[in-house]
Design a protein around this ligand. Structure first.
Ligand code: GLC
Ligand code: CA
Length: 556
């Protein structure tokens, strides 16, 4: 396992709907992705994670699958996929598929059958319960809005859905369901794909008896305590590993809501009996609140806490499991607007600073499309600008019930909505940022004239080139072994602006110093070594970090 290829990989996540439209219908597609493989290659990432491309009614942009062996018609055909895979492999790029098997679409034939009668052979593929006192079987809230239960008049029972009612949860306790999942995974492995990113995989084993959680009643995500890390989750993943994963040379990463370091050591154990790594959420949840408010607020991440969390994951998993390193994906607002400073003065420097902080740690880094350009949040102004089910439902929850005035909620959405990550990739300064010749399915961020790939590829001090350097340091440089294996130590833990840490491997050391603030800071109190500067994003002044400056030093 110490030689596993994915330990040296950098993953580039593509959200197909927003990456590149090849036929002018305003929706990104597989041919569009194939046409941009050289771009990913140029950046230096070696793995592409594709958000779901399967047939879907798109209630949640493909995270509601109605046929696991077919391609969403807007995205193309299975032949287009075969071509994408072949072209990727020809360039030495691997393809990791999103695997969404905690739930299906309600339009999946399994669910259509399951709901048709109480004694249908597929009834038990999903989680059906009798009403309790004429109402929902328990008080769980789903992760978007309202109850996690939907009443089905045809059979007078409720089914469980931890996300929208068009995403019914599969019943993993049923061995036939598990076998169906293993079969479809095998089908994709036989096609030659290189791995899976497993959607909310920590939720597949529900707490026995489905007990009530919060006594206040259904709230956002209040199904999580009853669904995350349930009693059989590790057993199911070990079965999946035996029956599918261990038979191929794959990379696997589990999206594990509510995961702790202790749980992660099981999911991503170094013996390789389950998954290779997981996505944890402790750091990205730092600027969210509990209860009804959830993420809808303007809170900022507390840097001292952020350092504590990321450092704990670094030191606790070292040698025992493997970290995934990320801030950005299709569910998170843009990090330069969230944690950095997206004003013209510091946008590029702060984007590079945050990237340095992430990429010099131990684990596998994930770059989300446009992050490598320092793409920002979008100037969404009204509800009609949004497409994301989570944002639209959230708005109605908060505003229709009078909890928040519309303007206030719209301010929070502009800061936190998932749609901030889903505006089209900014390729160049031609109309619609070169994403489409038609009408894009969601607004293009108007700042594409300044922020776009073509401009940045031509400019050596761009965010793009900086990411390229970070990636090549890890992939192919004298620092590679140290970056992969080096032990991590946090320095200056209480400093509210500086994120400073050291990596150490076989006598070689790396010092990473990032000023995550707009003030100029003295760099003092650090271990005395013969430090040599490897990389920085701003002019060098002795013992000083300029606003948003990052410096990487080595001692060999
Ligand atoms: C995961 C996905 C998210 C989706 C949800 C339900 O969190 O990343 O986009 O809405 O699962 O599938
Ligand atoms: Ca298209």
């Amino acid at each position: 396992m110490s030689q596993a290829w994915w330990k040296k990989s950098v993953v580039y996540q593509i959200y197909p709907r927003s990456f590149r439209d090849s036929n002018g219908d305003g929706i990104g597609d597989l041919k569009g992705i194939t046409s941009k493989l050289d771009y990913v290659k140029e950046l230096g990432a070696d793995v592409i994670w594709l958000s779901p491309i399967y047939q879907s009614p798109n209630d949640d942009n493909g995270y509601d699958i109605s046929d696991y062996r077919a391609i969403m018609k807007e995205f193309g055909t299975i032949e287009d996929f075969d071509q994408l895979l072949a072209e990727a492999h020809r360039r030495g790029l691997k393809i990791v598929m999103d695997l969404v098997v905690n739930h299906t679409s309600d339009e999946h034939p399994w669910f259509v059958e399951s709901r048709s009668s109480r004694d249908n052979p597929k009834r038990d593929y999903y989680i059906w319960r009798e009403p309790r006192d004429g109402k929902e079987p328990n008080n769980w809230g789903n992760c978007f809005s309202g109850s996690a239960w939907e009443y089905d008049p045809q059979t007078e029972m409720y089914y469980l859905h931890c996300f929208s009612k068009k995403q019914p949860d599969l019943n993993w306790e049923n061995p036939q369901v598990r076998q169906e999942v293993f079969d479809l995974m095998t089908w994709w492995c036989e096609k030659g794909i290189d791995g899976f990113r497993m959607d909310v995989i920590s939720m597949i084993s529900k707490k026995p008896g489905l007990p009530d959680t919060d006594p206040q009643g259904a709230k956002y995500g209040s199904c999580l305590p009853g669904t995350c890390h349930g009693p059989h989750v590790h057993e199911y993943l070990q079965e999946m590993n035996r029956k599918v994963l261990s038979r191929y040379d794959l990379m696997t990463v589990g999206e594990t809501a509510a995961v702790t370091v202790e749980e992660a050591k099981k999911y991503a154990n170094a013996q390789g009996t389950e998954l290779n790594m997981v996505f944890q959420f402790e750091h990205n949840d730092l600027d969210t609140r509990g209860g009804l408010v959830g993420k809808w607020c303007l809170d900022r991440m507390d840097l001292v806490k952020l350092k504590e969390i990321l450092s704990r994951w670094q030191t606790e998993l070292d040698g025992k499991a493997w970290n995934s390193l990320y801030f950005c994906n299709h569910d998170q607002p843009r990090i330069v607007s969230r944690l950095g400073d997206d004003s013209p003065k510091y946008r590029e420097r702060s984007a590079k600073c945050i990237a340095t902080c992430v990429h010099m740690m131990q684990g596998t880094p994930y770059v989300y499309q446009g992050e490598e350009l320092g793409m920002t949040n979008a100037p969404f102004a009204s509800l009609s600008d949004y497409r994301d089910i989570d944002s639209i439902r959230g708005y109605h929850d908060m505003v229709d019930s009078g909890i928040l005035p519309p303007e206030e909620m719209l301010t929070y959405m502009a800061f936190k909505s998932r749609d901030n990550a889903r505006t089209p990739m900014q390729w160049d300064d031609s109309p619609n940022a070169g994403f489409t010749t038609g009408t894009p399915w969601i607004m293009v961020n108007p700042n594409y004239k300044e922020i776009n790939a073509r401009e940045q590829m031509a400019r050596p001090d761009s965010v793009f080139h900086y990411y390229k350097t970070l990636i090549s340091l890890r992939r192919n440089s004298p620092l590679s072994d140290l970056l992969m294996n080096g032990h991590y130590t946090l320095l200056l833990p209480q400093d509210p602006e500086l994120f400073v840490y050291q990596r150490e491997y076989e006598g070689q050391k790396l010092l990473v110093a990032c000023n995550l603030s707009g003030s100029t800071r003295k760099l003092e109190g650090l271990p005395q070594e013969n430090w040599e500067l490897v990389l920085t994003n701003a002019p060098v002044e002795k013992d000083t970090l300029l606003p948003w400056q990052a410096c990487v030093f080595k001692n060999f």
